[in-house]
Design a protein. Structure first.
Lengths: 113, 113
DNA sequence: GTATGTAGTACCCATTTGGATACTGTAGGG
DNA sequence: CCCTACAGTATCCAAATGGGTACTACATAC
């Protein structure tokens, strides 16, 4: 732990770790989204968990939370600049996961990726 | 969770998640290593945790464990083919972490902040 | 008045994760 | 004999993580 070299890996992981964070970030790559829209995309998440993950992501500066003073309440979440800088990483993760975990049985397909 | 699209992200994350896995993988990128060598590189890890993480990594097929029937015991860990395919991802993670977390105060190029 | 939808919060619980400490068995050095 | 090193295992414990259910406050629809 003396060298900062491994810390970079750990540090990055610590921000996108959590059962939903990676997926939240991934969905936010499609554009800004409201709380419940996100919840529906995620499927099995509870409000409590979604709130929690969203707050952590926000306090880590990866997403921006915008509250509109309307009724019914409207809150939108979007990637921050820092969050957008993570896009290639998330994409790399997804590409690797798709190829090596989801269908690890099948060769990565020579014509459809 | 219907679409496999987000699952790729989750799936990848689930394999490299854990306090030490990312770092273990990162160190193994330098070459095969013995148990205690790894432990020293990691610094604060306990044998119990290291063993645990190593076993999980092994059962996920990311690393290969080789036991030499010698005394004192010698066990070496190395990245598997699948593990090596993760290298670019780990590198992306590290690069991002270095740039955006470790010295997030300083802009990445302009000599000072 | 009741149900729906919005974006949460509060409370309480189970599982998982991480960790400290001690122990194994073999060999070499002093 | 005692200490070190190796690569773990065993036991016990604390904290973090994840999750369920119920509840808020306001407006619309019925």
């Amino acid at each position: 732990m003396e060298d900062p070299k491994e810390c970079g890996v750990e540090a990055a992981l610590s921000l996108i770790d959590g059962k939903w964070k990676g997926v939240i970030l991934y969905h936010l790559m499609d554009g800004r989204m409201r709380f419940n829209a996100l919840a529906r995309r995620l499927g099995a998440v509870t409000q409590r968990m979604l709130t929690k993950q969203l707050r952590e992501l926000e306090s880590d500066g990866l997403i921006v939370r915008t509250v509109y003073a309307e009724v019914p309440p409207r809150v939108e979440y979007a990637l921050s600049t820092k969050g957008r800088s993570l896009e290639p990483v998330i994409c790399a993760l997804k590409a690797w996961g798709d190829a090596n975990v989801l269908n690890a049985k099948a060769p990565p397909a020579r014509k459809a990726g």
